[in-house]
Design a protein around this ligand. Sequence first.
Ligand code: DAH
Length: 332
Amino acid sequence: MQNLEQLIESADTLVSLEEVRIGIFGKKGVLAGEFAKMKSVPNEEKKEFAKNLNIQKANLTKLFEMKKSQLLEASLADSMKKDGVDVTMFNSYNESGALHPVNETMNKIIDYFVSMNFSIEEGPLVEDDFHNFEALNLPKYHPARDMQDTFYMNDEGVLRTHTSPVQIRTMMNPDVKPPIRLISPGPVFRRDFDVTHTPMFHQVEGLVVDEEGKISFAHLKFILEDFLHYMFGDVDIRFRPSFFPFTEPSAEVDISCVFCEGKGCRICSHTGWLEVLGSGMVDPNVFKAVGYENVSGYAFGLGVERFAMLIHKIPDLRSLFEADLRLLEQFR
Ligand code: DAH
């Protein structure tokens, strides 16, 4: 049997291996011949004889299978070299991707407001001074513009510093009449760069306008509380008086710190609270700028990266834009 093993080993193509297979394992092959000898073996030796033969057969079969897969691999490699890529080969590398945490958070925000019957509006990223500032009650040289220092294209063109100009564009659109119930998601730009700020980030704006007396602060409070519970789960929520030129009264909204559950930690500056959005009743000067009369409304604006950061407990907001797979793969 020694030379049978050598015979298998020496086959150097699939064709010659097939000949060897027939010679050894075939109907008229060596093994069949050996098994035929059983007849002439004395009874008391039959068992031992058969056992030996079966062991040898098993060994030869194993050797044959190994050789066959070696030759198959070699012939595949050879044809790949000659023909280039084998497009019929099964691709077992099949990792699925995932949404970026900013997109995922954006989608969740949009889902909430769409379920509440808000429409989605978009505006240009390169705005003009009127829509980005003036119509929002931020006159030229007003000190409140300092909070939104940004990139100017020339005297008029400006990379929008917030999504609020979409409020103006929608209300000035002759095809749109109150009641209005919109959100406006999209990128905005500011001259900022630290652990909680990047020069480009995303906001979602909200605007609700209806006849005078129909929209109150209670409506604003209800929707934002419901929304924040949807996003952050069981957190405490507080409305804190604030100032925005385009709302009066204005409120900033805080949630109890998701890192320390309100006990106080470094991230919430030991206050137990985290600011998550700005809001208020639309300032009469804004309605005046767009030519609306006898209406009431509320508005709000939030930063999507900040939401993503708090939901996923990401310590440095800038890491959302580093495209580092070690971070992103955690969100698959
Ligand atoms: N535009 C504000 C900002 O970027 C956010 C904001 C605050 C929007 C209050 C609003 C609002 O609509 O009512 O800082």
